[in-house]
Design a protein around this ligand. Structure first.
Ligand code: AGP
Length: 617
């Protein structure tokens, strides 16, 4: 997903913009660029990392551009046009007076481009973004509209998603930003006339905690030190100013080698933060706005549909077991990308839960919009405050896991499962499917889960040793049953997305229906065999693997000696209720994937081809 940073004020813009782009590197990108407004509007851009851009700027900058106090920067994750220097942002207009940076997709760019070419425009890139900045200038040239109204007019012709920032050489004291479908945050600087623009709050928080989350269809314009926010139809807005809760320390690695490892070790706290203050374990009362405002919906629900992508979809699969077990409600878990195009049957009395760490995943957003159009109530379970999915939801609950910078989702997954468990318990209470004493008993176990996660994290050193033995494997199989089938899927996804080893997660019972053909002495098989009603069946599956010389790494409940001698490695984890076992059992799998990837020299926080949030289809 592309990253955007803009600045206007009294400080030198270049250092702020470059540092901001580095804060956004986690989103995944293939090129970067900056535009600086001084006497001229100067653009530097390059395929590669932000560090490559810095080297390019230091070689190329001639005048006082680097002293400029107005600038913007962009990290590009290519959608239209391959990753190269000329397709990098910023893009300039025909005359060179305007420059733009853009996150999103302009779906009708080809039609717009044809019209512009017919009017004499020529293009230097293959991007949809360059078409937009030419369109804005074309409107200015052929109408009496000023820059801001020309931006308005151009955006009204655009189909698709955008978060843009625009600079103009003829309007040096201006900076214009707009959004539709892609996130854009405006930071209100400490000094008069100082404003920051970014895709999320991470490039802004060290300068100001006061931010505005632009809404779809809004335009933020700074002119001569004053900020106005209007709609595309030029209606003045009075945006709410949020006070950011996150701090700089949360954004740093805190002594860990990678953000991913830091976030794995943050899970005792992120799980605690995800349930803290949301229930009273003595009374079994739930203090969640979505529960209080939609109590009737929870009580009378006929069907729950959960939508998400990737790890969030896995959290939804865990939630299927939880909601059906505790609240006795039928649950369907859908890939958002399939749901949105399948012409699904959706009823007014359905409850949809959209799960998303970033709150910006395009397929999940589109699936939610479809469900809302068909009359369903939509809850969002998200981690990024103010992101698009919570703003589109009728209600929901933030996961409060703190910023998740590593592309591979870890603490967000366990926080999602935690919040979904609370919603399932609240629904069970509303429907009367669980006694108060059982609810209180479950909540009491939830309150000690953070300490059990701490114990699971203490496995780290033993898992480093284990990782050394399997780092060169070419394939992995992950097996689990019941609540831990989704954990097997999640373990496989973690391994493949950061170590590039092919891995599959499977229901343990399904192995005989195909995957067992893969088993030989070169196939490591991770089996989740913690105490559950399926335990004996899982042991049988392990014996089937061993009979075919497979290497078995078994995750077992601490103290279980049954598998010693039967399997090749035993990982002992703290015992807990079956419903909470995904929270515990996923930890050693996260650590295994992390250490194998590090030993393979992979870029753990920014794996190849991946973005932290997939805001395009
Ligand atoms: C998980 O490790 C991946 N990075 C990816 O599958 C991710 O979970 C998926 O893209 C959904 O993202 P979201 O939770 O931000 O919607």
């Amino acid at each position: 997903m592309c990253g955007i940073v803009g600045y206007i004020g009294t400080k030198e813009a270049y250092p702020i913009v470059i540092k901001g782009l580095k804060r956004l590197e986690y989103r995944g990108y293939d090129s970067a660029g900056v535009a600086l407004m001084d006497a001229d509007l100067t653009v530097f851009k390059k395929k590669g990392k932000v560090s490559d851009l810095e080297a390019h700027v230091s070689q190329s900058a001639q005048g006082n551009e680097l002293k400029s106090t107005i600038g913007m920067g962009h990290t590009r994750w290519a959608t239209h046009g391959e990753p190269n220097d000329r397709n990098s942002h910023p893009h300039k207009s025909q005359s060179g007076d305007l420059a733009i940076i853009h996150n999103g997709i302009i779906e009708n760019y080809a039609t717009l481009k044809e019209g512009l070419v017919a009017r004499g425009h020529s293009f230097s890139s293959d991007t949809d973004t360059e078409v937009l900045v030419h369109l804005i200038e074309d409107i200015m040239e052929h109408t009496k509209l000023d820059l801001l109204d020309s931006v308005r007019a151009a955006l009204s012709q655009v189909n698709g998603a955008y978060a843009i920032v625009i600079l103009s050489q003829h309007h040096p004291e201006h900076i214009i930003a707009a959004r539709k479908g892609s996130p854009l945050v405006v930071g209100l600087g400490e000094e008069r006339g100082e404003f920051f623009f970014a895709s999320d709050a991470t490039p802004i928080v060290e300068y100001t905690k006061r931010v505005i989350y632009l809404n779809d269809g809004e335009i933020a314009a700074v002119e001569n030190g004053e900020l106005t926010v209007t709609t595309i139809d030029n209606e003045i807005q009075s945006p709410y100013v949020h006070e950011l809760e996150l701090n700089l320390e949360q954004l740093e690695k805190g002594g860990y080698e990678h953000f991913m490892l830091k976030e794995i070790f943050e899970q005792p706290k992120s799980i605690y933060d995800s349930f803290r203050g949301r229930f009273d374990s003595a009374s079994g009362e739930f203090m969640m706005r979505s529960v209080q405002e939609y109590g009737d919906k929870l009580r009378n629900i006929k069907r729950l549909v959960i939508i998400g992508c990737g790890t969030s979809w896995h959290a939804g699969l865990v939630a299927e077991y939880i909601f059906e077990d505790l609240a006795r409600v039928p649950v369907e878990v859908e890939y958002a990308s399939e749901f949105r195009y399948r012409n699904p049957v959706i009823y007014n009395d359905d409850l949809i839960i959209a799960i998303s760490q970033s709150g910006e995943t395009a397929d999940t957003l589109a699936a939610m919009e479809l469900a809302k159009q068909k009359g369903a109530t939509v809850f969002g379970v998200c981690n990024v405050v103010g992101s698009s999915i919570p703003r589109l939801s009728h209600a929901g609950a933030y996961t409060h896991a703190g910023p998740e910078i590593g592309v591979a989702s870890t603490k967000a997954f366990t926080a999602q499962v935690t919040v979904l468990t609370l919603l399932a318990l609240a629904m069970a209470k509303a429907k009367g499917t669980l006694s108060s004493s059982r609810i209180t008993e479950i909540l009491a176990e939830l309150e000690i889960i953070p300490s059990k996660i701490e114990k699971a994290l203490a496995l780290n050193d033993s898992i480093v040793d284990l990782s050394k033995q399997y780092k060169d494997a070419h394939n992995f199989l992950f097996l689990g049953r019941g609540y831990n089938f989704p954990v097997a899927l999640e373990g496989a996804l973690k391994l493949k997305e950061i170590s590039y080893i092919h891995a599959e997660g499977y229901p343990a019972a399904e192995m005989k229906h195909g995957p067992i053909a893969l088993i030989d002495e070169n196939m490591p098989v991770v089996v989740i065999a913690t105490k559950s009603e399926h335990y004996e069946k899982v042991v049988s599956n392990i014996q089937e693997v061993k009979a075919r010389k497979g290497k078995v790494i078994a995750v077992v409940t601490e103290g279980d000696r049954n598998l010693d001698g039967m399997v090749d490695h035993v990982i002992e984890v703290p015992e807990t209720m079956e419903g909470f076992s995904p929270l515990i059992n996923t930890v050693p799998l996260q650590l295994l994937s992390y250490h194998i990837a590090v030993m393979r020299g992979c870029n753990v926080d920014q794996p190849r081809n991946l973005a932290k949030s997939v805001t395009v289809e």
